[in-house]
Ligand binder design. Structure first.
Ligand SMILES: *Cc1c(COP(=O)(O)O)cnc(C)c1O
Length: 386
């Protein structure tokens, strides 16, 4: 940060991919090439869907090409239209999946849990509202009970974007079993990956059949098309990666958990920094190291800290800044003010995690943050945020 050699000689990333046993993956790829079955709900996709359904204890799993497409198809299968309530503090795809099909996202506050504030959800309901999309951010479950109750009382559909929450539980039950449907992402940066991919899961037979048909061009039978559909299929090579990832799931969680606790320990004495907690009574994948920075204590802003880390090749990220409601496609139509979300967007910093980091790396990142906080104004003068 003072013009010398960066603390890390190569960049450390958020979302460095988890890769399981390479030999198992290559064996599966060889087999699928021998079979000449590359897509169209082949044996590997079928096996992957069955494995996901078993792990979550959910009746139906439809593997899809990516999480965004899974959200779009789920929204369509649920007949969402008009207005749908979504958190503003989420990845932009949650909102885009609605707007892409002319459904208006109505942006809602989150609370201290970073998930939908049920009281605000209820205040945003209008005669045009058809549904609620909750996001289990960082793998921590939404207030499922309150949202389910609101949806039932107002006759609304309830969908969960569970992109962060694979293998996580809420209230002791596996995420995947809540609302009308839930959607996972298996993008390369997510906890379990299929290069690109996702899954729609539900316990409802009718919805599962609709989603399955929609992701396969509306085919009801061999040469019978009875509805409009798209191509949302997962390919066999993605499923090969997914199955291989699933075989290492306990190892991935174990590594993430060790790294998370280590980070917590080495950051504990840095004033003004709080590491987001995971509920130890729940199952979590420990994929995200979420820092909240209290600038009144650190006397250096989140953006200055981030710029300092970037200068040292630590590619920390401010997630969801400046909030979906303030991104170009949404800020004019929805002239809403969401003070809690906006403050959160100034405060949150995600640190690199995953297999690219050693214990020594985490110690080094903690010392950089400690040094920057101890010399806040001097460091802030030295570094240009942005
Ligand atoms: C990653 C992500 C998505 C999109 O998933 P893709 O598989 O990348 O399309 C949607 N919502 C949230 C919260 C995400 O983190």
């Amino acid at each position: 940060m003072f013009g010398g050699t960066p603390a890390f000689d190569s960049p450390r990333h958020v979302g460095y991919p988890n890769v399981g046993d390479r030999d198992r993956l290559l064996m599966r790829i060889n087999e699928l090439l021998d079979r000449r079955r590359l897509s169209n709900h082949g044996p590997l996709v079928q096996e992957f869907e069955a494995s996901v359904a078993r792990l979550l204890g959910v009746k139906h799993c439809i593997a899809v090409a990516n999480g965004t497409l899974g959200l779009e198809v789920a929204m369509r299968a649920l007949d969402l239209k008009g207005e749908v309530i979504v958190p503003a503090f989420t990845f932009i795809a949650t909102a885009h999946a609605l707007q892409w099909q002319q459904i208006t996202p109505v942006f809602c506050e989150v609370d201290a849990t970073h998930n939908l504030d049920p009281a605000h959800v209820e205040r945003l309901i209008t005669p045009r509202t058809t549904g609620i999309v909750g996001v289990h951010l960082w793998g921590r479950g939404c207030n499922v009970e309150a949202l389910t109750d609101i949806a039932r009382r107002h006759g609304l559909k309830l969908l969960f974007d569970a992109a962060h929450a694979f293998a996580c539980s809420s209230g002791g039950q596996m995420i995947g079993n809540f609302g009308d449907m839930e959607v996972f992402s298996f993008h390369a940066t997510k906890f379990i990956n299929t290069f690109e991919g996702g899954a729609v899961v539900t316990n409802d037979d009718g919805l599962a059949a609709r989603v399955r048909r929609m992701t396969n061009f509306g085919f009801a039978d061999y040469d019978v098309v009875d509805s409009v559909g798209t191509n949302g299929k997962m390919s066999e090579i993605s499923a090969a990666m997914g199955l291989t990832s699933l075989e290492s799931i306990d190892e991935f969680i174990g590594q993430n958990q060790v790294a998370y606790h280590h980070y917590r320990q080495v950051l504990a004495d840095v004033p003004g920094l709080t590491v987001m907690a995971y509920d130890t009574a729940e199952r979590s994948n420990y994929q995200y190291l979420v820092l909240e920075i209290d600038e009144t204590v650190t006397s250096i802003s989140r953006d200055h800290l981030m710029a300092m880390l970037h200068a040292e090749h630590v590619l920390a990220k401010r997630y969801f800044y400046p909030g979906c409601h303030r991104q170009a496609p949404y800020r004019t139509e929805n002239n809403v003010s969401l003070p809690f979300t906006e403050a959160l967007c100034q405060r949150v910093l995600i640190l690199p995690t995953g297999p690219s980091l050693t214990d020594e790396d985490r110690l080094k990142i903690a010392s950089l943050l400690r040094l920057a906080v101890a010399n806040g104004p001097a460091v802030a003068r030295q570094i240009q945020p942005g």
